[in-house]
Design a protein around this ligand. Structure first.
Ligand code: KG4
Ligand code: ZN
Length: 335
C-alpha cells in the first residue's frame, strides 16, 4: 500500500505552524511564534491574522523542505478548523483548501482540542485506549476520556478561566510580561511552593474554576503591598512557586477524581501548560502513587504546533473523514 503522506497547518492563535507526516511518523514540525504580541500583553487578533498571511508560505515551504518530500508526494492537506481566533483560522483554512484544490487533493478539517489530546499518540511511548487526558492551554482546560483516536468525551472543563489564563493573569499581577506562564515556571523553580496559600475553588464535579484563585491572589497582593510597596519584588520566587503549586493542585486533584470515577489509569496531559515543569513533576509523582501509566508529549508538541494536527488528520484520513470546500472555520467549538 502506498504510504500516507499529509501536510498539516495550524494557525488558530499566535503560532503559524506546518508539519509533514508519513504513515503516522512526523517528518517535520516547523513553528513560527509571533512574539510581537508580547508588547501588548496579549494576542491582538488582527495582527495575528496578518502575520499568519505573511508567514504561512515560508513555514509550509520549510516544513516540506525538512521532510525531504515535495508537495507532489502529498495525499491530503489538513488544517485547524476550530476553535480559535476566526481571522487566524481563516488564513490557515483558505491556504490549505486552495493548495488542496490546486493539487486535486482532499482536505481534512481538524479540531484543535482533539489534536492536543492526540499529540500523545506521536512517538514511541503512547497510551493504550481508553485513556484520560488533561488538556491545559491558554484558552481551554478539559479532562477528556479518549476511547479511540476519533472517539472522545469531555468529562469536565473550566467554567471560567483556562489554566493557562490563570498562569498568565497571575503573572500580570506580578508585573511579568505576556505570556507569563513560562516565567512563573522559571521563577517557581527558585521559590518555596508552600510560602503563601491561596483560595482553592470547591467545584464538586470534574469541572474547574480559576477566577477565584486569581481574585484571591489579587486581594493578597493588594493587602501586602499596602504594608510594603516592594513586596512583589522581594518575594517574586516564593509568589511564583506558591501560585504554580495552587494551580497544579487544582489540576491534579481533578485528575485523581476522574481516574477514580472511570477506573482508567492511562493518564496523559497536553496543551501549552503541560510544558510546565511543576505540572510534569506532579504528574509523575502522582502517577507512581496512584499506579498510573503517565504520558506527556515532547515539549515541541505541548504548545500549539502542526504535528498534532497532522497526527489527528492521519486517523481521519484512515477513517475517510474528509472535509468539503464548504467546511468553514469556527471560533467556537462544540467538542
Ligand atoms: O496550547 P497553547 O500553546 O495555546 C493555546 O491553545 O492556548 O497554550 C498557551 C498557554 C499560555 O497560557 C502559556 O502561558 C502557557 O500555555 N504555558 C505555560 C508554560 N508554557 C506555556 N504555562 C505554565 N508553564 C509553562 N512552562
Ligand atoms: Zn492550543
Amino acid at each position: 500500500m502506498a504510504p500516507v503522506i499529509l501536510l498539516a497547518i495550524e494557525s488558530s492563535c499566535d503560532e503559524t505552524s506546518a508539519s509533514v507526516l508519513r504513515d503516522g511518523q512526523i517528518l517535520s514540525n516547523v513553528i513560527y511564534t509571533q512574539s510581537v504580541h508580547e508588547k501588548y500583553g496579549g494576542v491582538v487578533p488582527e495582527e495575528a491574522s496578518r502575520l499568519h498571511s505573511k508567514h504561512i508560505i515560508p513555514v509550509v515551504h520549510e516544513a516540506l523542505l525538512q521532510s525531504g518530500l515535495s508537495k507532489h508526494d502529498l495525499q491530503a492537506i489538513a488544517y485547524t478548523q476550530s476553535p480559535g481566533l476566526i481571522g487566524s483560522l481563516l488564513v490557515g483554512a483558505c491556504f490549505a483548501k486552495s493548495l488542496a484544490q490546486s493539487l486535486a487533493l482532499p482536505s481534512i478539517a481538524v479540531q484543535h482540542m482533539q489534536a492536543h489530546v492526540l499529540s500523545n499518540l506521536i512517538g514511541d511511548k503512547t497510551p493504550g485506549f481508553p485513556f484520560l487526558c488533561l488538556t491545559v492551554s491558554g484558552g481551554h482546560t478539559q479532562i477528556v476520556q479518549c476511547n479511540s483516536p476519533l472517539q472522545m468525551e469531555v468529562l469536565g472543563e473550566t467554567l471560567d478561566d483556562a489554566a493557562g489564563e490563570a498562569f498568565d493573569k497571575s503573572a500580570k499581577l506580578l508585573g511579568l510580561p505576556y505570556p507569563g506562564g513560562p516565567l512563573i515556571d522559571k521563577y517557581a523553580a527558585l521559590g518555596n511552593p508552600l510560602a503563601f496559600t491561596f483560595a482553592k475553588p470547591q467545584i464538586p464535579d470534574l469541572n474547574f474554576s480559576f477566577s477565584g484563585v486569581k481574585t484571591s491572589i489579587l486581594y493578597f497582593l493588594q493587602a501586602e503591598q499596602k504594608k510594603d510597596t516592594d513586596f512583589i519584588e522581594k518575594h517574586r520566587n516564593d509568589l511564583c512557586a506558591s501560585i504554580q503549586h495552587t494551580i497544579i493542585q487544582i489540576l491534579i486533584q481533578k485528575l485523581i477524581k476522574a481516574s477514580k470515577q472511570t477506573g482508567i489509569k492511562e493518564i496523559c496531559i497536553a496543551g501549552g501548560v503541560s510544558a510546565n515543569s511543576g505540572l510534569r513533576k506532579a504528574l509523575h509523582e502522582t502517577g507512581s502513587k496512584q499506579r498510573w501509566n503517565t504520558y506527556i508529549p515532547k515539549f515541541e508538541y505541548c504548545t500549539d504546533n502542526a504535528a498534532m494536527i497532522a497526527i489527528t488528520a492521519y486517523y481521519k484520513y484512515l477513517a475517510g473523514e474528509f472535509a468539503d470546500l464548504e467546511t468553514t472555520p469556527s471560533a467556537r467549538s462544540t467538542f
